[in-house]
Design a protein around this ligand. Structure first.
Ligand SMILES: CC(C)(COP(=O)(O)OP(=O)(O)OC[C@H]1O[C@@H](n2cnc3c(N)ncnc32)[C@H](O)[C@@H]1OP(=O)(O)O)[C@@H](O)C(=O)NCCC(=O)NCCS
Length: 169
């Protein structure tokens, strides 16, 4: 459960949320291997990302009781080929100072519920193998390890492995 000291609401994202979504994400672009992106996401590409989602692929934000965005999650197309249309890839990113309080779990639960309601069959998470919090979060939500790709990423001067985790709905 989320920490009772930070009551959260989870709602669909709007265009007005994109600067906060981008700030949360770009912290990890600069400081972490949890994303393999190396240059900060621009607002222009974030807006295009938002418009690619629409009704069939959700973006949600978690806010505190005064509406401050603490984290976000998304369901994106896993692959552009049409036969993959029942499969989505999920992302969850929290403001770095509110991690470890159950908020990631709450956002992921919301994404799983939405994926089910939208009729998707499978959710895939691509996770840097060293990201213990993300692996634990997905495992706790019922995702299982589907595979590992070795040394497919290179960031901060080191080779990185990716694990695929999958939840069949
Ligand atoms: C990964 C992330 C979303 C997890 O959210 P969170 O709110 O910190 O995690 P929660 O508090 O909901 O914990 C979920 C589970 O993971 C475990 N966990 C959390 N942090 C952990 C850590 N650093 N090491 C090991 N386990 C951890 C928790 O114990 C909990 O399991 P439990 O219910 O069995 O106790 C968050 O830490 C984050 O935004 N990290 C940076 C971005 C990122 O890696 N995103 C994932 C890319 S898909």
């Amino acid at each position: 459960m989320p920490d009772p000291h930070i009551p959260v609401q989870i709602r669909p994202a709007t265009l007005a949320d994109l600067p906060a979504i981008n700030d949360i994400y770009n912290h990890y672009v600069i400081h972490s291997t949890c994303t393999y992106q190396e240059e900060p996401e621009t607002m222009e590409s974030r807006i295009a990302w938002f418009h690619r989602h629409g009704v069939s692929h959700s973006i949600v934000v978690a806010t505190d009781d005064v509406g401050t965005i603490l984290g976000w999650g998304s369901l994106s197309a896993f692959h552009p080929r049409s036969a993959y249309r029942f499969t989505v890839e999920n992302s969850v990113y929290l403001r770095h100072d509110v991690r470890g309080r159950g908020l990631g779990k709450a956002i992921l639960a919301e994404l799983i519920s939405r994926a089910r309601d939208l009729g998707f069959r499978s959710i895939i998470a691509l996770i840097d193998a060293e990201q213990a919090a993300s692996v634990a979060l997905h495992k706790r939500a019922g995702f299982t390890l589907a595979g590992r790709l070795t040394q497919v990423g290179f960031k901060f001067g080191q080779w990185l492995d990716v694990v695929y985790m999958q939840l069949t709905l």
